[in-house]
Write a protein that binds this ligand. Structure first.
Ligand SMILES: Nc1ncnc2c1ncn2[C@@H]1O[C@H](COP(=O)(O)OP(=O)(O)OP(=O)(O)O)[C@@H](O)[C@H]1O
Ligand code: SF4
Ligand SMILES: [Mg+2]
Length: 345
């Protein structure tokens, strides 16, 4: 059997792998779904990067391509109907899209992990949680049954599941929603990934449990100096845990900034609209601001800047030309023709 050291060595020996290169660098990613109803352009030139120990939030309305982007990074999109038509997904300098399926699977299992929104459907209902965790250690780390079981208990302990030694014998349905999400986190972290992608990890849970899970994730991320990509539409969660934010609209990152800039001085009309739509206790009784109009149909994305039909700043050029990414500061970019006006400078 191939040992863990061998697998790690094989990944480290991938041509082009540079330990000093950014942990993850996604550039100009395009994904489309070719269906009978037409071509849905779900991701249209998404770019972002992630460093070790950093939390990047990917924020945007439902349907803007957050999950498809994550699935493309993980290499778990079904082709057909999904087709990656352009772009690169570099892990420490190596373009994962250019690897063979076997190589990519190795990187995915050992270096990049993902937590899905729906823990129940991501776990296998017919096996105990201990068996499913143990299999990871047996298959990818070559551990004996006994050692794998010990590691499974340690993993559940790490995510603070009480009486882990007994709970490993339980089936997924015997766990509450919050505990199940903890099991998912334990599974994602079992092989010590450098990158963790958490796709709306708490939306199915009630508010108190959401906060506990987010705190746990943030703590584990700090302990391991892991890079965390947190996909969410919850601005509150973003404010609590993110270092940087990439705001997505119609499959593109329209603004990228450190979290305090996003809240303090948003540099894109869409980000401003998202912030204005957060309910505020101090404005109780006033009508809620909602972003006017609807996100575009992905089979018919507006020309020029895709946000123009909903944007209060829009002028003729916005209908004609896609705005380039303007760099405002070392880690700040915005795609808007009228960036100065939006910032009030
Ligand atoms: N298998 C598929 N076939 C066709 N279209 C798809 C498929 N999977 C996703 N899409 C389309 O891709 C678009 C982006 O979907 P995605 O799941 O990435 O949105 P999202 O930003 O994660 O939204 P949410 O916040 O609701 O999770 C959607 O409009 C969706 O309809
Ligand atoms: S480019 Fe034009 S439409 Fe797009 S966000 Fe800026 S002002 Fe609005
Ligand atoms: Mg999603």
């Amino acid at each position: 059997m191939t040992g863990v050291t061998d697998i790690r060595a094989q990944i480290d020996a991938l041509p082009g792998l540079d330990p000093r290169a950014p942990l993850l660098h996604v550039e100009d990613l395009h994904v489309e779904f070719r269906t009978r109803d037409g071509v849905a352009k779900a991701v249209n030139g998404a770019s972002f990067h992630l460093s070790a120990g950093e939390t990047l939030a990917i924020l945007g309305e439902s349907g803007c391509g957050k999950s498809v982007t994550a699935q493309a990074v993980m290499g778990i999109l079904d082709t057909p109907p999904a087709h990656i038509t352009n772009g690169t997904v570099r892990y420490r300098g190596v373009d994962l899209l250019g690897l063979s399926e076997q190589e990519r699977r190795k990187v995915r299992a050992n270096r990049i992990a993902m937590i899905f929104q729906d823990a129940l459907s991501a776990l296998n209902p017919v096996y105990t949680v201990g068996f499913q965790l143990g299999e990871l250690f047996r298959k990818h780390r070559g551990l004996s049954r006994k050692d794998a079981k010990r590691r499974a208990v340690e993993s559940l302990d790490q995510v603070r599941i009480p009486a882990a030694g007994q709970r490993i014998n339980d089936y997924p349905h015997q766990f509450s929603g919050g505990m199940r999400q903890r099991v998912m986190i334990a599974m994602a972290l079992a092989l010590d990934p450098e990158v963790l992608i958490a796709d709306e990890p708490t939306t199915a849970l009630d508010v108190t449990v959401q906060a506990q899970i987010m705190r746990l994730l943030a703590e584990l991320q700090r302990q391991r100096t892991m890079g965390l990509i947190l996909i969410t539409h919850d601005m509150g969660v973003v404010a609590d845990v993110a270092d940087r934010v990439s705001v997505m609209y119609a499959g593109k990152v329209v603004e990228e900034a450190p979290v305090y800039d996003i809240y303090g001085r948003p540099a894109h009309p869409y980000t401003q609209a998202l912030l204005a739509s957060i309910p505020r206790l101090d404005l109780k009784g006033r009508p809620l601001n909602v972003i006017r109009g609807l996100p575009p149909a992905l089979t018919d994305i507006p020309s020029g800047c895709a946000f123009h039909p909903r944007c209060g700043y829009a002028r003729e050029i916005c209908r004609q030309e896609q705005p380039p990414a303007y760099r405002i500061a070392p880690h700040r970019e915005s795609r808007c023709h009228f960036i100065r006006e939006v910032l009030g400078v």
